[in-house]
Design a protein around this ligand. Structure first.
Ligand code: GDP
Length: 473
């Protein structure tokens, strides 16, 4: 029989210190209430205020979500301009997919925060390549965009944010606002010039019932730039570098299919080790350094920061085997990394006598799109990395960002190698566990001039891996 205090502790751990509610059916999503058995307890507690905002959000989602009378009413009205449309009780933010899974997830979390701040209901347009990845995050409702929603078929007739913005500049009093609007914040679309972070734009966007978001960026830092959100945000996140860590753990629960893979792999290879080190090796196509250079760089980084021990090349000087073991989880598109690292640690005895085991769950060889199984593999590897005790990640990779932010870890980020030589230092410790916003705005809305936002906000710094990027610290 468990004591009352033990029972309360288990329930607090299981619900991630109040982030989650207990009302879901466990079998529909095992990961939701089992993740605490696999991930170390977070040292970051969500604020009471954040928890109250999540409960309020769930209430809005329940009353305005798909198939409620408010939802049906707005859909009946359609996407066309008409007078007296603006004052509806429920407003929506539709997330759409762009780019790889890491990019999609960082945008999804940003969209959720934006939805909370603007009392919108977040709906996700998942194609078949995403529908098998996550559980429903909101109780008694769905976040899936219904198939009858106009954007599935009819995108051309929906007005765009840039268009409205341009017309607004010409004559602000004459602009008739549409009920549906496409908000494209993709970095390839407008670089740094979307004015989204300006209060004026937010006043305008607030009047639109249905916003359809296209983005591939972690745009949370721009929400912190918007004066009207600032107070709410600092109440929700007294510790600013915990935004993704809390919202990600609230929102992203592996589906039963993904969870089965994660759990099995964890139990077979990771559970028994004394320490789990995750290595995420992502190389972009341009200037790819030789495999061996990357291996040497990783060995040098993990040795310098005491993540993994040194090894003796001559077996004769082997030290006695210790009972402790470490396991290295390698995530990469290429099989060579796992294989080479395995050889390094199997052929050589470590100086400490520790046993090092190396596992690589998959090697897809290239990034694929519209492939269900490919995305399941990516998601399960991101999640497994997030269960590690320490991470070494690759520069500029949102795949790595999701892993370390979910895990509440500050990774060692491998510096980019351009040729045969190992960069010095081989890796740098991240300043915070937040993802980096790669293409942040550079425009100061009030001063009407270019600005470096790190000079205005002390909790924003340039990223370790992308000098023009911004991250919350
Ligand atoms: P980023 O390009 O590194 O920012 O990350 P994204 O996740 O946005 O895009 C890369 C995509 O390539 C992933 O979503 C996967 O589909 C694939 N990919 C890259 N690295 C890995 C890996 O280590 N494991 C698996 N399974 N897939 C990967």
């Amino acid at each position: 029989v468990l004591s009352l205090s033990t029972t309360i502790t288990i329930s607090k751990d299981k619900l991630l210190d109040g982030l989650l509610v207990s009302s879901f059916d466990e079998a529909s999503c095992f990961s939701r209430y089992q993740s605490y058995l696999y991930r170390k307890r977070s040292s970051h507690k969500p604020s009471e205020y954040l928890i109250s905002k999540l409960r309020k959000y769930e209430h809005i989602h329940r009353s305005c979500g798909p198939s409620t009378k408010f939802y049906n009413k707005i859909m009946r009205k359609g996407t066309k301009f008409s007078k007296n449309d603006v004052s509806t009780k429920c407003k929506y933010l539709v997330w759409t997919a762009a780019n790889g899974l890491g990019n999609r997830i960082v945008t999804l979390v940003s969209a959720f925060l934006y939805a909370i701040l603007t009392d919108r209901v977040l709906l996700v347009k998942f194609g078949t390549d995403m529908s098998g990845l996550f559980c429903e995050p909101f109780p008694d409702s769905s976040w899936l965009l219904p198939r009858s929603f106009p954007y599935w078929k009819d995108q051309k007739h929906i007005e765009t944010y840039e268009n409205i913005l341009n017309n607004f500049k010409v004559n602000s009093s004459q602009v008739l606002l549409p009920p549906f609007l496409i908000l494209n914040l993709q970095h390839t679309h407008d670089r740094h010039n979307n004015f989204f972070h300006c209060d004026g734009s937010q006043d305008l966007l607030q009047k639109i019932s249905v916003l359809i978001l296209r983005s591939d960026q972690y745009f949370v830092p721009s929400l912190f730039m918007i004066p009207s959100f600032r107070e709410e945000l600092s109440k929700m996140f007294p510790q600013k570098d915990t935004v993704f860590h809390h919202l990600g753990r609230y929102l992203l629960h592996p589906s039963n299919e993904a969870w089965e893979i994660i759990r099995k792999f964890y139990e077979a290879h990771l559970a028994k080790a004394n320490e789990r080190i995750g290595l995420q090796i992502r190389l972009f196509n341009t200037h790819r350094p030789p495999h061996q250079t990357v291996i040497n760089q990783i060995v040098s980084c993990t040795l310098q920061h005491k993540l993994l021990p040194d090894f003796n090349a001559q077996k004769s000087v082997a030290s006695p085997l210790k009972k402790t073991s470490k396991v290295v989880l390698v995530a990469s598109l290429f099989s060579q990394y796992g294989e080479k690292l395995k050889t390094v640690y199997q052929a050589n005895r470590t100086v400490t006598g520790e046993v090092i085991r190396v596992y690589q769950p998959s090697h897809e060889e290239r990034q694929k799109s519209n492939d269900d199984m490919h995305n399941i593999k990516a998601w399960t590897e991101i999640y497994l990395l997030s269960l590690c005790d320490a991470l070494v990640t690759s520069t500029k990779s949102t795949f790595g960002y999701v892993a370390h932010s979910l895990g509440g870890l500050k990774p060692w980020i491998l510096q980019r190698a351009y040729n045969e030589s190992i960069p010095d230092p081989p890796c740098r410790h991240a300043k915070s566990m937040e993802p980096c916003f790669h293409y942040p705005p550079k425009y100061d809305c009030r001063a009407n001039s270019t600005v470096d936002f790190t000079s205005l906000f002390h909790h924003m710094k340039h990223c370790e891996d992308v000098s023009g990027g911004l991250k919350l610290v």
